[in-house]
Design a protein around this ligand. Structure first.
Ligand code: FAD
Length: 499
């Protein structure tokens, strides 16, 4: 009898059913399991729960009679109901917990992972050759091996990385970048059913969510995901690069692709995204700085993060190099943006509350930076990001939050903590103008929480950061602050109240 093929909820594109030696049998029956306990274990954003369930049910509708779609309490129970003792194949899941589970079940064959450009052996061979795993080296290897944006043996345009050209502040005085609007899907009957179910689960007290319910903002099936990709490539990619690191209060999306949810659900394959972007550049439709910037995000960062998740091992999730133990305050947990006066935190938190998404810089420099400066427990911060973002999965959380944003790995992922005073936020955004706090004030009622928080953070970790070549100058700056005692007392009193 043909093995049944199991699709997890983030394995929804055609690559996960492609038959072959390393894939399921042709026309293999398919099982999908909607596990209620996943939603009971964690308090997810409502928009995330909606997106995942909607995407799974859309896939099931496409597969029609080929799929057995089971609603069960746990995966184990669902699998028993659907296939009994029959043999099952599954592509390598994306979390350690899911991998442990499938390996613990008898008669389940784990096939290689899908949804990434670089295979495990390719990464292992690269990692074995070196002492430090720099993203830039990895990225160049991927570009070369996968012939992406190459001219002969060298990079297109003669340089590998155009990041320097892509750090422009927002255009002065502009409220918006003026990019054409991103693709937004239209809801259908499946969404209505999902909304109805989630309302019922909540009413029954079975699960509870954070964030607001709103029209689904991201693609839930392959057709929608392809439309979103096409719209980005044809209309928005050209503007992607220049202001990649900038933030505008009234333009939360700017020129970002909004493709992370589709990539992470498996609806889009990274190869079609980067090859599509390269084709636009070769046809003269977008400048190299934008195309290289996008290719670096997808073929560089996303791949690097995926492999580091497995490479760093299980202990990575509990790393806490800075010894941070603070609890996440309730207003943050509840995404209560209205309780916050600091415009940068309020704007980022509001966008997360309303959509389950913000772009990279609010995640890293505002939300992550604030948590780091306040000394919140990195595992709790990781869990918060995981639950609150529509595109978050275990593999993408750990390197990005534990490593990149909270420096809890003591520098394996980044050479220094990513956090700054208010001056950086002021330079790269229009957030500070009407804010009641002043980025150049350290002490006083109008002292910027990021500026004061930055110095308090440096002071707290003076010894460790003083030994870091990239931080030692900033740490020495503490000696020049005559108001440091007043600043530290002010921050102690402010504590974790909404800034
Ligand atoms: P774009 O800016 O258009 O970038 C294009 C694509 O590049 C993204 O869709 C994504 O697939 C990929 N990418 C870029 N940077 C990264 C990265 N560091 N890690 C993985 N992929 C990357 N990304 C997620 O997919 N899920 C998350 O839960 C997530 N959480 C993050 C938490 C923190 C604290 C930080 C600092 C970053 C996080 N990222 C996460 C990475 C990045 O912020 C998002 O991928 C991006 O903002 C998604 O929006 P976009 O699709 O418009 O991205």
């Amino acid at each position: 009898m043909t093995d049944t093929h199991w699709l997890f909820g983030d394995q929804l594109g055609p690559a996960f059913l492609a038959p072959g030696e390393e894939g399921p049998a042709r026309d293999a029956p398919v099982v999908m399991i909607e596990s209620r306990s996943v939603f009971r274990r964690r308090r997810f954003h409502r928009a995330k729960a909606h997106l995942v369930l909607s995407a799974m049910r859309h896939r099931a509708a496409e597969l029609g009679g080929r799929v057995t779609y089971v609603r069960a309490d746990t995966y184990r129970e669902g699998l028993r109901l659907a296939v009994g003792r029959g043999r099952v194949t599954v592509h390598h899941p994306t979390s350690r917990a899911a991998l442990r589970l499938v390996r613990s079940l008898g008669d389940v064959t784990v096939l290689p992972p899908r949804g990434f450009l670089v295979g495990p052996d390719e990464f292992a061979a690269w990692a074995k050759e070196r002492r430090t795993l720099r993203m830039e080296d990895f990225y160049r290897r991927v570009r070369t091996d996968h012939d992406l944006l190459m001219e002969g043996d060298g990079p297109a345009g003669g340089v590998w990385n155009l990041d320097r050209e892509n750090r422009e502040p927002p255009p002065r005085g502009a409220r918006s970048l003026g990019a054409p609007a991103p693709y937004r899907p239209r809801e259908d009957d499946i969404d209505e059913e999902v909304r109805h179910d989630l309302d019922r689960w909540e009413r029954d007290g079975d699960v509870s969510f954070v964030g607001r319910d709103g029209p689904r903002a991201f693609p839930a099936d392959r057709r929608q995901a392809l439309a979103a990709l096409r719209r980005f490539l044809d209309h928005r990619l050209a503007g992607f690069g220049a202001h990649e690191d900038a933030v505008l209060a009234a333009d939360g999306v700017m020129s970002h692709s909004l493709l992370s949810t589709s990539l992470n659900l498996g609806l889009l394959d990274p190869a079609e995204c980067v090859e599509g972007a390269e084709a636009v550049w070769r046809a003269g439709g977008a400048p190299l700085r934008s195309v290289e910037g996008f290719v670096r995000q997808v073929a560089g960062w996303r791949e690097y993060v995926w492999h580091l998740y497995w490479y760093f091992g299980e202990q990575y999730r509990t790393r806490n190099a800075l010894g941070h133990t603070g609890a996440i305050p309730r207003w943050w947990e509840e995404l209560d943006a209205d309780a916050v006066s600091a415009r940068c935190v309020a704007t980022a938190l509001r966008q997360v509350r309303d959509t389950g998404w913000t772009h990279h810089i609010p995640r890293l420099m505002v939300l992550g930076g604030y948590a780091l400066q306040r000394g919140w427990d990195p595992a709790a911060v990781t869990d918060w990001f995981h639950r609150s973002f529509a595109d978050a999965y275990d593999w993408v959380m750990l390197p990005n939050v534990v490593g990149m944003s909270q420096y809890a790995d003591g520098g394996r992922m980044t050479t220094k903590p990513y956090t700054s005073g208010g001056a950086y936020i002021d330079r790269m955004s229009d957030l500070c103008g009407p804010c009641p706090y002043r980025p150049d004030r350290r002490v006083g009622d109008d002292a910027c929480p990021f500026t004061a928080g930055y110095w308090a953070f440096l002071h707290r970790h003076r010894d460790r950061l003083g030994r870091n070549a990239r931080m030692s100058r900033a740490v020495r700056g503490l000696d020049r602050l005559r108001d440091l005692p007043a600043l530290l007392e002010q921050e102690r009193v402010r504590g974790d109240a909404p800034p």
